[in-house]
Ligand binder design. Structure first.
Ligand code: FMN
Length: 158
């Protein structure tokens, strides 16, 4: 296989851009993720691929809850903020307006919409893990076109 062609082909997969809210005991954090899709109607399940080494993966594994925050197409700046690794002992949520939802994970006040999820299964898969989660609550905070990876000009894949 030609690795350059493989990279180009895999980068043709179409993605949205989300902020995944996580918690562990009293601590909260969030990260920008794009490898997300729905995988079941009943129950309503989504899957996220989460990097094994990410701070947030440890938090998801421990608490078994998360939120999926949906950004509007004008909110690339928010996605950019949550791309950074979590500061040692701190949270990227400092200075960001959020509340804790039903499952206890952060919902961004600026997000266009959100889904609150309980983790049902975690499967190892290469350098990411598949986190299968059930949507147990959802809300719309304002109408907005969804932010897509293509319009950010960023890539994650290949
Ligand atoms: C465009 C883009 C998309 C990303 N998508 C994902 C993703 O789907 N899953 C993931 O685990 N990390 C993804 N990342 C990486 C995380 O945003 C990054 O590792 C983050 O620092 C993790 O945060 P944490 O250290 O607070 O856990 C993506 C990065 C970029 C630049």
């Amino acid at each position: 296989m030609d690795p350059e062609i493989k990279k180009k082909v895999l980068r043709k997969i179409v993605y949205g851009v989300y902020v995944v809210g996580v918690k562990q005991e009293g601590a909260v954090n969030a990260f920008t993720g794009t490898w997300v899709t729905q995988i079941s109607f009943k129950p309503p399940l989504i899957v996220l691929a989460v990097e094994n080494q990410a701070h947030s993966f440890g938090m998801i594994s421990a608490s078994r809850v998360l939120t999926l925050n949906f950004l509007g197409s004008d909110q690339k700046g928010i996605a950019q903020h949550f791309l950074k690794p979590a500061p040692a002992g701190g949270s990227k949520l400092e200075g960001i307006r959020y509340r804790l939802g039903k499952v206890g994970a952060p919902i961004l006040e600026e997000a266009a919409a959100y889904a609150e999820c309980e983790v049902r299964q975690i499967h190892p898969a290469g350098d990411h893990a598949l986190v299968v989660a059930e949507v147990v609550e959802a809300g719309i905070q304002r109408e907005a076109d969804p932010l897509t990876l293509r319009e950010t000009g960023w890539t994650y894949g290949g």
